[in-house]
Write a protein that binds this ligand. Sequence first.
Ligand code: AMP
Ligand code: MN
Ligand code: MN
Ligand code: MN
Length: 296
Amino acid sequence: MIEQTATNFLLYDLHSHTRASDGDLTPSQLVQRAVEKRVNVLAITDHDTIDGLAEATATIAEQQLALQLVHGVEISTEWENHEIHIVGLGIAPYHPALTAFLAQQVERRQQRAEEIDRRLAKARIANSYQGAKQFATSAVVTRSHFARYLVQIGIADNLTQVFAKYLAKGKIGYVPPQWCTIAEAIAVIHQAGGRAVIAHPGRYDLSAKWLKRLLADFAEQGGDAMEIAQCQQAPAERQLLASYAREYQLLASQGSDFHGVCPWIELGRKLWLPSGVEPVWHDWPHTRNPAEQRSG
Ligand code: AMP
Ligand code: MN
Ligand code: MN
Ligand code: MN
């Protein structure tokens, strides 16, 4: 049997989204839900933006919620023709280098959105960028926003269908990635004082050989950690990823990648690390036992 490690007495969920990118909940709703789900430490990691953090911080203070917020971001990068997501944890959200970098990512997103619009127009779907923007509350426009618009105008029944037919790799509305490199993402996360984490390594459709190449590259370039645990995952995958973390000397992270209320994914659900890995939060101050903190 797999056991929880001793440091897991606080429930950590270090990957989640708000309406600032493609999540359904406002930052306030998200932190309230995290408390309901008994999460103690939550990272908000919106795609290429930190815009949700201020509202989350304010709500935690106003409502005196028993929740530690970790400032995070999820950066889209390009590696060997794959879109690889790098989560930054514990960043200073207003660090000037990060601000400049995220502005660049937003610019890349805008250019890509225009290109998606042109491609969908060829499939006789007009003005999809305008439509997608209606669903976005920050400057970050994601494929999810396009998908919501296409569902709204009756092109498909649900988001999964839109991705399968129009937006997934190789489909008519897909634009090959123009994101920054992994090295650039790691550098800016470090400049902002954070740790760089490979997000959901099991979801890139990489063979074991290529996944190991990715992890080796990431570690060599100074990356800090990888996600080991998600809500929807066979125990075998968690153990395998844990063995990779040990092999490449990466710290271990865990997160639901919560985007909104759904039957399969929930904040905090099934999040624990196998033994033998070092948690990414091992030296964070709030991981200390509360009794210890009281005694000084
Ligand atoms: P982007 O970063 O703009 O490429 O958008 C990617 C986002 O789309 C991901 O973060 C997911 O939230 C969402 N997504 C990707 N694939 C699917 C899918 N098959 N069904 C639903 N949502 C998806
Ligand atoms: Mn997303
Ligand atoms: Mn992701
Ligand atoms: Mn995510």
